[in-house]
Design a binder for this molecule. Structure first.
Ligand code: AHR
Length: 657
């Protein structure tokens, strides 16, 4: 043991000053010192069970989470429906000597669902002097070395046109061609064409565009023009691999989808209408999303379910409950019956067998096995429905779903006071608060809840923001992802959730994803940021990951004699590993004596995972790993050892008695 220095601990909550001794090294034995705070762990019994679903993900189309994010599609406005007047994100390509015009066209549509085509009229073009159209992607097209891109599009030409179409991924100025392909002669009938474009060795860049050109005069109509890079598990219409890896690394137990506000839509007509999201993507109409842009619905119900399956997470399905963001609601009773039926059909799609109508549709769509659904949420944030209609609407959904699927647990989208006529299995309570607030409330918040006869709690959306709330104007000027200051609030909040796992059965941070390009996001803070090429986790991402990857299945009672620190203690009943989580939101290191009465020694394989940084530090596209957890082997100790928590830190200690 070696005493190195003294420190002053400023208790920000009580504003008292305490003096204590710190020992050097991460974990050392310490002479009896009454001023060192003690964490006393009662390992004799567990006080609550942690389900494998405690840590999950929440998702919706916001911040270009799917289109321009997780969904693999690289071309923006592939169906030409983003704007009724102009072919947004498409531009004319005219090489020297070529002449052409482009316009949206609604004549002779290819399909009812995607009725708009892009008409290209070429009056002058020749071999070596082509004319065509370019798409600028979602803030660029990601070009990577030795990568195969799959293009698909529908086209027709004027009768007598005998040309082919050249596809290319090229630099924004067209001077560098990264990959190229050609498709055979067009006809005057709509037909689909596919092609593979392969890059060689390139310096990765997103300063690229996708072009389709012809080399002779004529008229060409294009519809549903799509370009995919390789996807996670090579699923067609699949997901972006680096983002999926970041999500899989969180080991989520469930995925709450499809929203959020995205479930509700601005109007009833703009709700997430799941039946319109099935089938080939070129037959999905898409719809306006409430966050200010149009969704392709390429991420449809089946894609959400595959997403769950590929992460090893359960679906937590939110069904539309007859309330939309503009305040419209459907009154409970006969008017609501079709919406209840929509929800029943949706559940049947997820879990029905081949003898059910919608189970058979899922099988036709390619997934014979039912998905493992246990929880269904009725609506989203229905506390905002000031008409008071939620109680009646919830009851109608509750009765119909319970009658058909008694095994499902139902979640009310708001506190139990809004649903007095039924007892939901679970209530979803959202919490977006400042980091300071979450640090402050975390020791007592869920401890104060009535247990007896109450529904379980799902914290279906939560996040700490540093100082400026997401809905305040000033938040737009801040970076899209949070700093270490917020992560400290997140971690403190999660210690409270873990300690109360008997009540809080599931939780997920929101929003999960954000395209960080200017104009890409509508909300902050967001857990994971990305542009076309790079993905990074914020400090909040790593804080969450430290919790979601390090918890056992039982909560141990523990007492900490320091009001400035936050803690939770769990154990894995199969391995016996005890996990201690400690949050030090203070500007100075803090020593904690860890005492486990009855446990004389700990196995040498103890690890410490630490996330420590200045509160203003954060990660970004250019500095994606500035704030990351560090894992160290911590030496064997006896019960009574002292661990020093760095200033502004989150620590996870895994120890085996
Ligand atoms: O997470 C962003 C939004 O916050 C969600 O869409 C909504 O449910 C909540 O108000």
């Amino acid at each position: 043991m070696q005493l190195t220095r003294h420190r002053l601990v400023l208790d920000i909550r009580s504003a008292t000053l305490a003096l204590s001794l710190i020992v050097a090294g991460p974990l050392t034995l310490m002479a009896a010192n009454p001023t060192v705070p003690t964490l006393t762990i009662d390992a004799s019994k567990s006080v609550a069970t942690i389900t494998p679903r405690l840590y999950g993900l929440m998702t919706e189309e916001i911040n270009h989470s799917y289109d321009g994010g997780l969904y693999g599609e690289l071309l923006q406005n592939r169906a030409f429906m983003d704007d009724a007047q102009t072919p947004r994100h498409w531009s004319l390509v005219q090489s020297e000597g070529a002449e052409a015009t482009i316009a949206l066209d609604r004549d002779r549509p290819r399909s009812e669902q995607q009725p708009v085509s892009l008409r290209l009229d070429v009056t002058a073009a020749s071999s070596g002097h082509p004319a065509g159209v370019a798409n600028d992607g979602y803030w660029g097209i990601p070009v990577r070395s030795r990568t195969r891109y799959t293009a698909k599009f529908y086209a027709r030409a004027n009768a007598g046109f005998s040309g082919s179409v050249t596809l290319a991924i090229q630099s924004e100025d067209g001077k560098t061609v990264y990959a190229k392909a050609q498709v055979a002669q067009l006809t005057d009938q709509w037909r689909s064409y596919t092609a593979t474009l392969s890059t060689g060795k390139v310096v990765p860049t997103a300063k690229a565009r996708f072009v389709l050109t012809v080399d002779r005069p004529g008229s060409v109509w294009l519809n549903y023009v799509s370009l995919f890079p390789p996807t996670w598990k090579n699923r067609p219409n699949g997901l972006r691999p680096d983002l999926m890896q970041a999500l899989v690394d969180m080991k989520p137990g469930f995925l709450r989808f499809p929203g959020g506000n995205y479930l509700e839509g601005n109007t009833i007509a703009e709700r997430f209408d799941w039946k319109k999201t099935l089938g080939p993507p070129e037959d999905r109409p898409g719809h306006p999303c409430p966050w200010g842009y149009r969704s392709t619905d390429g991420m449809g119900l089946l894609e959400f379910l595959y997403w769950c399956e590929d992460m090893g997470a359960e679906p937590l399905l939110a069904v539309y409950a007859g309330y939309s963001l503009n305040g419209e609601h459907v009154t409970a009773g006969p008017a609501l019956t079709p919406y209840v039926q929509e929800a029943l059909d949706e559940i049947e799609y997820v879990i029905g067998d081949k003898n059910t109508k919608w189970g058979a549709v899922r099988i036709r769509d390619g997934h014979p096995k039912p998905f493992p659904l246990h929880y269904v949420e009725i609506g989203n944030e229905d506390n905002f429905d000031k008409s008071g209609s939620y109680d009646g609407r919830y009851a109608q959904f509750h009765d119909a779903i319970k009658a058909k699927y008694p095994q499902l647990k139902l979640i009310a989208s708001t506190g139990k006071e809004h649903v007095p006529s039924r007892k939901p299995d679970v209530v979803d309570e959202h919490n977006y608060s400042s980091a300071a607030t979450l640090v402050e409330i975390s020791p007592n918040h869920f401890e104060g809840y009535e247990r007896k006869g109450s529904p379980e709690v799902f914290v279906g959306e939560w996040a700490a923001y540093e100082d400026i709330a997401p809905w305040d104007q000033g938040s737009h000027a801040l970076p899209p992802t949070p700093s270490m200051k917020a992560a400290l609030g997140d971690a403190a909040w999660m210690t409270g959730i873990e300690r109360n796992a008997d009540l809080v059965v599931m939780q997920c941070y929101a929003p999960l994803l954000a395209n960080v390009n200017p104009g890409g996001r509508q909300w902050r803070p967001n857990m994971i940021g990305y542009d076309a090429l790079t993905t990074f986790g914020s400090p909040s991402y790593y804080a969450f990951q430290m919790f979601s990857r390090n918890h056992g299945d039982e909560v141990l009672k523990a007492t900490l004699t320091d009001a400035t620190l936050r803690s939770s203690v769990t154990r894995d009943s199969r391995t016996g590993v005890i996990t201690v989580k400690l949050v030090n939101p203070q500007p100075t290191p803090a020593a904690v004596k860890i005492v486990i009465p009855g446990v004389a020694s700990l196995a040498p394989a103890m690890t410490a995972i630490t996330l420590a940084a200045d509160p203003t530090d954060t990660n970004a596209i250019d500095t994606p790993k500035k704030v990351v957890p560090v894992t160290t082997k911590a030496p064997n100790i006896k019960s009574g050892g002292v661990y020093t928590l760095p200033a502004y830190s989150i620590t996870v200690l895994n120890m085996k008695p």
